[in-house]
Unconditional design. Structure first.
Length: 98
C-alpha cells in the first residue's frame, strides 16, 4: 500500500538513529539523534506529543529493503524535521529517566 494520506508523515527508525549516517537515511543531526531507536519508543514519544501514531511493524525502509524495521505514521502538525527532533528529545528524556 502506498501512502496517499497528506495529513500523515512516515517515520522510520533510521531517521532518528545516531548509529546511521545521513547517506543511510538519518535526517537529524548527530547531537539531536538517538542511538538505535525502536518502534515502541517512537510510538510512545509520538503519542505523548499527541500525534496519533500508527505502527506498521512489517515495513522495510526502501534504502535497506532487506531489513524489516517497521515504521510509524503520525499526524502532520508541523514540518517533518521539527517533529523528528521532538520525538528524539522525548525518547532521550524517557531513556534518561530509566
Amino acid at each position: 500500500m502506498m501512502l496517499k494520506d497528506k495529513a500523515r508523515l512516515v517515520f522510520w527508525p533510521v531517521y532518528l538513529d545516531a548509529t546511521k549516517s545521513r547517506a543511510e537515511g538519518r535526517i537529524l543531526s548527530m547531537k539531536d539523534s538517538v542511538k538505535s531507536p525502536v518502534l515502541k519508543e517512537i510510538e510512545k514519544a509520538a503519542s505523548e506529543l499527541s500525534l496519533a501514531p500508527v505502527v506498521e511493524a512489517d515495513k522495510a525502509h526502501p534504502k535497506s529493503w532487506w531489513v524489516v524495521s517497521g515504521r510509524v505514521l503520525v499526524d502532520k502538525k508541523a514540518p517533518k524535521s521539527v517533529i523528528a527532533k521532538q520525538i528524539a528529545q522525548k525518547i532521550n528524556k524517557t531513556r534518561g529517566q530509566k
